[in-house]
Design a protein around this ligand. Structure first.
Ligand code: GLY
Length: 383
């Protein structure tokens, strides 16, 4: 996977997701929201459209999207706007979205356009998967995290009181439009959280990309348009390559969960009220995964230190020390892991690493080692 030295800020790129008769393109570039109409017409010509978005995104991006859709000649139904925030990914809100879709007289040929971050994409994708037994949908992700991860690959769903994303379906979008300008209005903390998922692709299997991020990551976070577009392009290329080989997560796709088993435990303990963003939990979780790999004698300590140093250098959290006011314990975090949906036959599969860009699946992990890594992170140092 190559990484360009630089790209023009105006450049647009297209990353194909090769899934046979469900293949689709990811467009990346500036102005894709205001220019969405013709791009959508090219994929689903003449079909009625309904936009789902949230209250924050609606204020910023709904008007230009609606104007572009109308100008392209499409029949556009009244948009559906849900409250912003993770709380909208629940059964009650899903029921309201389904009611709103049916009240608008949707047909099988209606296409749902999900405009927003991961919550809107996951909720909208799942609503599309089950409405009238399946509507086509289009992702217009407006956060870095959704542009590099959740809008690509067809994972859709909502949370349950038993855990995150436990109710859902694989349902691939027909098109993804990642407008890099939408990142300009994101709070820095949200950008950083998304950046953790960018780093993840380097750590999984692309050491060249990780080295590029060490040199350019600060520019990506700070808002350099060309660097951002390139980081998103390489991330989408990585994700598309994995999804094309293992759409339903039978094996290879599990690598995308690097840092997530630890991260989900942190998120579960923090609750989903905003104390800890998903990407922040993944950042800490990836450091823990590298520390666990070192502890198990699989990974040179220098590589774990390099991963930790880069995440810390851009401003991401790398240990769990201050979370929960410093009151958390390794035991409670380990108990959350036992409930993760990746548990198989009572065993938790971890994504570990033999070095930067050399991650692999491992079901053979001693719980004592996991607890030691958690305890070290809570104490604020590498294990
Ligand atoms: N976010 C992990 C995946 O899509 O598989």
């Amino acid at each position: 996977m190559s990484v360009a030295a630089s790209t023009s800020p105006a450049a647009r790129s297209i990353v194909p997701v090769a899934l046979g008769d469900r293949a689709y393109d990811i467009h990346i570039g500036a102005g894709l929201i205001a220019g969405a109409g013709p791009l959508i017409q090219a994929v689903v010509p003449g079909r009625p459209l309904v936009v789902l978005t949230d209250s924050n995104v609606a204020d910023r991006h709904l008007a230009p999207l609606m104007a572009s859709l109308a100008a392209s000649g499409a029949k556009v139904l009244e948009p559906i706007i849900v409250p912003a925030g993770e709380a909208s990914k629940d059964m009650e809100r899903l029921g309201e979205v389904m009611d709103a879709l049916l009240a608008r007289g949707i047909e099988r040929k209606t296409v749902l356009v999900a405009l927003g971050g991961g919550v809107v994409g996951d909720l909208g994708g799942f609503a599309a998967a089950i409405a009238l037994r399946g509507l086509d949908f289009i992702q217009v992700p407006t956060t870095l995290l959704s542009q590099v991860d959740s809008s690509v690959g067809g994972k859709t769903g909502i949370n349950s009181r038993h855990g995150k994303n436990l109710i859902g379906a694989f349902h691939q979008p027909r098109l993804v439009l990642a407008d890099t300008v939408s990142l300009d209005t994101l709070p820095r903390r949200e950008v950083l959280a998304g950046y953790a998922e960018v780093v993840k692709y380097g750590l999984i299997d692309n050491p060249g990309f990780f080295t590029w991020l060490e040199a350019n990551g600060q520019g990506v976070v700070d808002g350099d348009p060309a660097l951002r577009a390139e980081a998103i392009r390489v991330s989408c290329l990585a994700k598309a390559g994995i999804v094309a080989q293992d759409e339903k997560e039978g094996g290879l796709r599990e690598l995308l969960n690097l840092g997530h088993t630890f991260g989900h435990a942190l998120e579960a303990e923090a609750g989903y009220g905003g104390e800890l963003l998903h990407g922040e939990a993944v950042s800490i979780g990836m450091v823990m995964a590298f520390d666990l790999s070192v502890r198990m004698g699989l990974c040179p300590a220098a590589d774990a230190a390099r991963a930790r140093a880069h995440l810390a250098a851009v401003g991401l959290p790398v240990d769990a020390r201050h979370l929960g006011g410093g009151t958390w314990t390794a035991e409670t975090l380990a108990a959350h892991m036992a409930k993760d949906k990746k548990v198989k036959d009572g065993r938790v599969t971890f994504i570990l690493a033999r070095g930067i860009g050399q991650s692999f699946r491992c079901a053979d992990v001693r719980l004592d080692d996991v607890r030691d890594v958690l305890a070290a992170s809570l104490a604020g140092h590498a294990s």
